[in-house]
Ligand binder design. Structure first.
Ligand SMILES: Cc1ncc(COP(=O)(O)O)c(C=O)c1O
Length: 391
C-alpha cells in the first residue's frame, strides 16, 4: 500500500530546520565542532523559583488529570502581567485564553476563521507557521513584503482592493522572527483603521515582547485604542521565561475571536499539565527583575556577534529586539548554499533566509542561543569562511 500525504500537506514546503539539523549531524559525524545557532530555543534556564513551583505542583498526585483549559488563576496572572508590563487592561474571564505554546494558536486560528477562497495577509519574510496554517485551513495567502526601505513594515495601501474584499485575517509580528524590526505606535494605529475599514481580523504575534533592546518601548498591539475590536495578540512563556519545552502560551484581546479559537481547540486538546500552569503563574506574577537581567544578556550576545562580524568587514544592522540577527549575506551566494557550506566547512549552523519566504533569499538568520564566547568564535569562523570563499 502506498500512503500519500494530503494535497494540503504536499503544498507545504519541506522543513528547512530539519535539513539544517541533518547537515549538522553530518558535520558532527565528520568530527567538526559545531556551533549551533540555528533553532531559536533558549539555552538559558528558567528562573529557579519557577522550577521550584513546577516541582512542588508535580508532587501533588491529584493534579494529573486533563485540565481542559487554563485555570482561572492563570488568566488572572496574564491579566496582571499585561497591566504591569504593557499597561493593557484585560478581563481575565473573557479576554485571556491559554494555549499550548503560542504555536498552538498560530497553527489553529486560520482553521477556525477561514473558509476556502478567503485570503490571509501574511508577512514575507515571516515565521513559517503563518503560511503553513493558512495552507492547512485551505485559504489563500497574500504575502505582504517586509522591505528594509520601508523599515520592514507592510505597505497596507499597496494591497489590491480585490484581495482585501476577500481577506479575513492579517498576521503581523513586531518584533518578529526572522525580521527583528519594531513597529511604532502609529503603525499599529494604521493597522486598527485598516482592519476596521476592511473588516479584517488582526493577529499580532508578540512572542518576543520581553526581548527588546536598547530601552526601546515594548508596545503591545492591545495597548492601541480600538485594537481589541479588531484583533488578538499571541504571547508565550517560551522566550520570556525560557520555558519553551513546557508548551504554555496565551492569546489575549477580542472576546469573539478567542471564543471561536477556544471552540476549535475544545475538539483538539485537553489542556496544559497543571504543574506547568502553576509554574507559569509564578513566573507571570514575579517581580520581573529576571526579565531585566535576561534582556541585558541577550543584548551583550548581540553586540559580541555583530562586532565580531564587523571586524572582518561584514557590517550588519544591530537587531533592536529578539534572539536573532537577520543578516544580509554577501552577493554571489544563495542563502541555502551559504548556510550549508558554512556548516560543512566551519561548523557554524544558521538558518537560510528563504525558509521564511521568498523575500528571505539573500539573508541568513543567526540565533543568539550560545554564550558570548561561542558567538565570538562563530563570528571568527564566519570571517574565515568569507575570506576563503570570496566569490
Ligand atoms: C515569532 C514566533 N512566534 C511564535 C513562536 C512559537 O513559540 P511557542 O509556541 O513556544 O510559544 C516562535 C517560536 O520560535 C516564534 O519565533
Amino acid at each position: 500500500m502506498n500512503i500519500v500525504a494530503s494535497e494540503k500537506l504536499q503544498k507545504m514546503s519541506s522543513s528547512i530546520f530539519q535539513e539544517v539539523a541533518d547537515q549538522k549531524q553530518k558535520a558532527l559525524k565528520n568530527g567538526i565542532d559545531v556551533i549551533d545557532l540555528s533553532v531559536g530555543s533558549p539555552d538559558f534556564a528558567p528562573p529557579a523559583f519557577v522550577v521550584e513551583a513546577l516541582a512542588e505542583a508535580a508532587m501533588d498526585r491529584s493534579k494529573y488529570g486533563y485540565t481542559l483549559k487554563g485555570i482561572p488563576e492563570f488568566d488572572e496572572a496574564v491579566s496582571y502581567f499585561y497591566k504591569q508590563r504593557y499597561g493593557v487592561e484585560l478581563n481575565p474571564a473573557s479576554e485571556v485564553m491559554q494555549l499550548m505554546g503560542s504555536q498552538d494558536g498560530l497553527a489553529h486560528l486560520a482553521m477556525a476563521v477561514i473558509n476556502p477562497g478567503d485570503y490571509v495577509l501574511v508577512p514575507d519574510p515571516g515565521y513559517p507557521i503563518y503560511e503553513a496554517s493558512v495552507t492547512i485551513a485551505g485559504g489563500n495567502i497574500y504575502p505582504m513584503p517586509l522591505l528594509e526601505e520601508n523599515r520592514f513594515l507592510p505597505q497596507l495601501d499597496e494591497i489590491p482592493l480585490v484581495v482585501l474584499e476577500k481577506t479575513k485575517l492579517m498576521i503581523i509580528s513586531y518584533p518578529g522572527n526572522p525580521v527583528t524590526a519594531l513597529a511604532d505606535r502609529s503603525f499599529f494605529e494604521e493597522v486598527v483603521r485598516f482592519a476596521k475599514k476592511h473588516e479584517i481580523l488582526v493577529l499580532h504575534d508578540f512572542a518576543y515582547s520581553e526581548l527588546i533592546f536598547d530601552n526601546n518601548p515594548q508596545i503591545s498591539f492591545m495597548s492601541v485604542p480600538g485594537a481589541k475590536e479588531v484583533g488578538i495578540e499571541f504571547n508565550s512563556l517560551s522566550k520570556t521565561f525560557n520555558m519553551a519545552g513546557c508548551r504554555i502560551g496565551y492569546a489575549v484581546g477580542n472576546e469573539q475571536a478567542l471564543a471561536i479559537l477556544a471552540s476549535l481547540k475544545s475538539h483538539i486538546d485537553y489542556g496544559v499539565f497543571y504543574p506547568i500552569q502553576k509554574a507559569a503563574i509564578t513566573a507571570l506574577t514575579s517581580d520581573f527583575s529576571f526579565l531585566q537581567s535576561q534582556v541585558r544578556e541577550y543584548e551583550k550576545r548581540r553586540d559580541v556577534l555583530i562586532s565580531g562580524l564587523s571586524k572582518g568587514g561584514w557590517q550588519t544592522a544591530k537587531s533592536p529586539a529578539t534572539m536573532f540577527v537577520w543578516v544580509k549575506i554577501p552577493s554571489g551566494w544563495t542563502s541555502r548554499r551559504f548556510a550549508f557550506e558554512l556548516i560543512d566547512s566551519k561548523g557554524v549552523a544558521v538558518i537560510p533566509g528563504d525558509a521564511f519566504g521568498k523575500l528571505g533569499e539573500g539573508y541568513v538568520r543567526i540565533a543568539l542561543v550560545q554564550p558570548s564566547e561561542r558567538l565570538s568564535e562563530a563570528a571568527e569562523r564566519i570571517q574565515e569562511f568569507l575570506r576563503e570563499t570570496q566569490v
